[in-house]
Design a protein. Structure first.
Length: 178
């Protein structure tokens, strides 16, 4: 069909080599770029801090608190007791009849807006997160109260527990004193 002379063959060969080099460069960049991004996302703590920056852990903890508040809103106190930390239940002598004394009291539905979470490594596969946030009226969006929680995620059993804590405990964990 087409006759190609020697100079055209050289030009086509050079363009083919350039195309292969560009293709290889794109493949190498595609292979290594996601790994770097993934490594950054898997980094649980910020530099010189134990504040949570890993999105999947953040949302796992946030969803645990959301589940707790949904049980409170449904007045499902038996499920609330299953979520609460065993030591917290024991220390406050809680049962299905008196659980209301430690739960947020409101005639309106309550939601929780988490702000900052801090990580405290307990043991292999078990992590404790201290969470700062606000209870908000789900109906009006108005602030009800500032609340702090400790959520323990056990990756070995896929279980979690929740315990209300005070601001000083939260600050100790987030400032690395505990």
């Amino acid at each position: 069909m087409f006759s190609i002379n020697e100079s055209q063959k050289k030009v086509l060969t050079i363009w083919a080599i350039i195309g292969i080099v560009i293709l290889l460069a794109v493949i190498i960049i595609a292979i290594f770029t996601p790994v770097e991004k993934k490594e950054q996302e898997e980094n649980i703590t910020a530099t010189n801090s134990n504040k949570i920056i890993d999105r999947s852990r953040y949302y796992t903890v946030k969803n645990a608190i959301t589940k707790y508040y949904s049980y409170i809103n449904m007045h499902d106190y038996e499920s609330v007791l299953q979520i609460l930390d065993e030591s917290y239940i024991r220390d406050n002598d809680l049962n299905k009849e008196n659980i209301k004394k430690v739960l947020p009291q409101s005639d309106l539905s309550i939601s929780y807006q988490s702000k900052i979470m801090c990580l405290k490594d307990i043991k292999d596969g078990v992590y404790s997160f201290s969470v700062e946030g606000e209870e908000i009226s789900a109906n009006t969006g108005s602030l009800i109260n500032e609340k702090y929680y400790e959520i323990v995620l056990d990756g070995n059993t896929s279980a979690f527990s929740l315990k209300p804590i005070d601001k000083t405990i939260y600050e100790e964990v987030c400032n690395g004193k505990s």
